[in-house]
Design a protein around this ligand. Structure first.
Ligand SMILES: C[S@@+](CC[C@H](N)C(=O)[O-])C[C@H]1O[C@@H](n2cnc3c(N)ncnc32)[C@H](O)[C@@H]1O
Length: 279
């Protein structure tokens, strides 16, 4: 990720990953992210591990059922991203749905007519198809954000949570997002970038044809969530990863003291939320 240098404190596999990222051409970077998430989905079979984002903490409490409380901060990142948009009876698309926890919560709690969730990792999609098969308004599809296997103008709301930093070609992703969104439809985006890359991305949103309704820097909310998640995440990593990989998993997980967390805390990387409309 731009704005994060490879450093000793990352753990050797994560350091090698970020170093390779810096020199690899964009297409190869995208394949490296895919391989990482494929491996994670293959090795982490625990169906309680349903989110791979950094979380969000603020005063607005998303209305949750008891069974979702343990995932509150991860769900709140999703809730924050879409809460200004009407969801009920609408057709939704999530791009980069990971282990499906966010899509499952939205499909269950906010009553969209249909929610299609796409991820590049076939392994993650396979897990989601097993775990959420009982949800009738929810469908998981394997696909690349840069070449979506979906019809033109078929969704009222498209959303994307902490996934686009993995993509090789952002204009292609935005072109595809614009193509599948209905006229008047919404695009809700949240992820992290360094300042220069975010300025470029802002222009790319507009070049793709979207109108920016508003943008917000939500870094503090995300760092607050990472602080609260810290202990649970370290414990989960201790239980599920071999010692040689723990530091690297902590780095990818944004655990306090690791480089991405420190970059967020010091403002070298910021976490943003954009709400956009296709005119
Ligand atoms: C950090 S995880 C976030 C997952 C999920 N949004 C969440 O909040 O739990 C990033 C996800 O983006 C997916 N991804 C990466 N590159 C992609 C691409 N080109 N097209 C679609 N999904 C992609 C990865 O497979 C991974 O599941």
């Amino acid at each position: 990720m731009e704005g994060v240098g490879a450093s000793l404190g990352m753990g050797i596999p994560a350091r090698a990953f970020y170093l390779a990222m810096r020199i690899a051409p964009p297409g190869m970077r995208s394949r490296m992210w895919r391989r990482l998430y494929q491996r994670m989905s293959k090795s982490q079979l625990d169906s309680n591990f349903r989110f791979m984002n950094y979380g969000y903490k603020d005063e607005t409490q998303a209305p949750l059922e008891d069974g979702d409380e343990g995932d509150r901060l991860f769900i709140q990142l999703y809730h924050m991203n879409i809460r200004e948009v009407r969801i009920e009876n609408k057709d939704l698309l999530e791009i980069g749905s990971g282990r499906g926890g966010g899509a499952s919560w939205i499909a269950r709690s906010l009553n969209p007519r249909k929610l299609v969730a796409v991820d590049y990792s076939g392994q993650a999609v396979k897990r989601c198809k097993e775990w959420y098969s009982h949800q009738e308004n929810l469908e998981f599809i394997e696909g690349n954000a840069e070449a979506l296997p979906l019809e033109d103008e078929s969704f009222d709301v498209v959303y994307n949570v902490e996934s686009s930093h993995c993509y090789a070609n952002i204009p292609k992703f935005l072109g595809e997002t614009f193509r599948v969104t209905k006229n008047g439809g919404k695009f809700c985006w949240t992820d992290m970038r360094d300042k220069k890359t975010m300025e470029k991305l802002h222009d790319q949103f507009i070049q793709a044809g979207f109108t920016v309704e508003y943008r917000r820097d939500v870094t503090k909310n995300v760092v607050d969530a990472l602080d609260l998640i810290d202990e649970g995440r370290r414990e989960m990593i201790r239980q599920s990863a071999p010692p040689s990989l723990r530091k690297s998993f902590e780095t990818f997980g944004g655990v306090p003291g690791t480089p991405i967390y420190e970059a967020l805390k010091e403002g070298r990387i910021n976490y943003f939320h954009y709400l956009m409309t296709k005119p």
